[in-house]
Design a protein around this ligand. Structure first.
Ligand SMILES: [Zn+2]
Length: 388
């Protein structure tokens, strides 16, 4: 045999061998998925600080480095779990198409974000309050990110399942018989469905179980709540007939979410335009939210402007929010904008909207997270224009 033939035989063996090895590694990965949480917890305990620049090494040699750059920030609305109802051609269809995404689209987006090396971080790990000459101010905290990963903050707005969305979405967030977060939906024929795979909260919980490394320090997204027509599918507003019992049920879900690491934000009480509201009405709205929602979820430093209509840092409305303990003010934008106020205690930041409009029209802008052409499910959405 000449050298070429020998080389050919060796190559074939190596090639076939690597295919087998590849399959086996694939299987091993699948097995490791469930035990990796334990592995990580152990290694985290043995974390040691080395060097003076905050570099962290674990026994698994996962280095963490302080993140100095901008932090991506995206948000969603409740998921469309029933596209046939959401897109049935009635007057709500285009509204659903503009602002909502389906369960299938969300699953693909989450996987793409994970594949692109983003790691979910908690807003509380990003900013901290400190005192400067006796005055309270905000600043970035040292955020240690595993090498090769990029931080991302996520939030979900309007998780109230109000009249405008019910039918196309789930009806409410519940605790199932095991005490786990699930959704409850009653169909047209009164059939009842309990699911863990048709809304952002249980989907994220399931995803983190499989990929614990997606969540930095146990981070979860933030849930931004209005107060009118209640929260999380419960009629917790004062005008509700079953005010007491509804609040009791909602509180159980809220407590469980907090235990899992989810945080909450105010999304105002009535979801009105902050810029156009007179100051006295704005104060009433804020106080109502405090009475009916903060009483269930507790104090929060995060305020999410309805429709993204933010006000200037000198505006009396912002001052009023600051007097109520709000420090982080979210609007909507096309990039991860952030302004840390110098003359008062606050951070103004923009989030990018993941919805039907941006899936259709803003493919380029979101390419860093996913390719909307691969995500959007045009087979269920109304026949409307796309920008690609
Ligand atoms: Zn909203």
């Amino acid at each position: 045999m000449n050298k070429k033939v020998i080389a050919g035989i060796i190559f074939t063996f190596v090639f076939i061998g690597s295919i087998f090895l590849g399959f086996n590694l694939g299987k091993q990965d699948a097995k490791l998925v469930h035990s990796s949480k334990v592995v990580q917890t152990n290694s985290d305990k043995k974390t040691q600080r080395i060097g003076g620049n905050g570099e962290i090494s674990t026994q698994k040699n996962i280095k963490k480095k302080p993140w100095k750059g901008s932090i991506e920030n995206i948000f969603f609305h409740p998921l469309i779990s029933n596209p046939e109802v959401a897109f049935n051609g009635d007057k709500r269809s285009n509204n659903f198409d503009d602002w909502f995404i389906t369960v299938g689209e969300f699953n693909k987006i989450l996987k793409s974000i994970y594949d692109k090396d983003y790691i979910l971080v908690n807003i509380k790990d990003v900013y901290e309050e400190y005192e400067q000459n006796g005055q309270k101010r905000m600043r970035r905290k040292e955020l240690l990110i595993p090498e090769g990963k990029k931080p991302i903050i996520m939030s979900v707005d309007d998780l109230s399942y109000n009249d405008g969305m019910r039918g196309g979405t789930s009806d409410k967030i519940i605790l199932d018989s095991k005490g786990d977060i699930a959704t409850f939906t009653k169909g047209d024929n009164e059939e009842e469905k309990i699911s863990k795979d048709n809304e952002i909260i249980p989907i994220i919980e399931g995803f983190i179980k499989i990929h614990p490394e997606f969540s930095l320090n146990g981070a979860r997204p933030t849930i931004a709540l209005t107060g009118y027509q209640g929260i999380l599918g419960y009629s917790t507003d004062l005008s509700s007939k079953n005010y007491e019992s509804e609040r009791k049920e909602a509180k159980k879900v809220v407590d469980k979410l907090k235990k899992l690491g989810w945080s909450f934000a105010s999304h105002s009480y009535g979801h009105n335009n902050t810029q156009k509201m007179p100051l006295d009405k704005f104060k009433i709205d804020t106080d109502k939210w405090e009475r009916e929602v903060a009483s269930l979820i507790g104090q929060t430093p995060i305020y999410v402007y309805p429709h993204g209509f933010s006000v200037k840092s000198s505006d009396s409305k912002l001052k009023y929010l600051q007097s109520k303990g709000f420090k982080i003010f979210y609007s909507v934008g096309k990039e991860p904008y952030e302004q840390i106020l110098k003359d008062s205690c606050g951070v103004l930041a923009d989030r990018m909207a993941v919805d039907g409009i941006t899936l259709r029209k803003r493919r380029e802008r979101f390419m860093k997270f996913y390719d909307s052409k691969d995500i959007i499910d045009l087979s269920v959405r109304p026949k409307r224009e796309v920008g690609f």
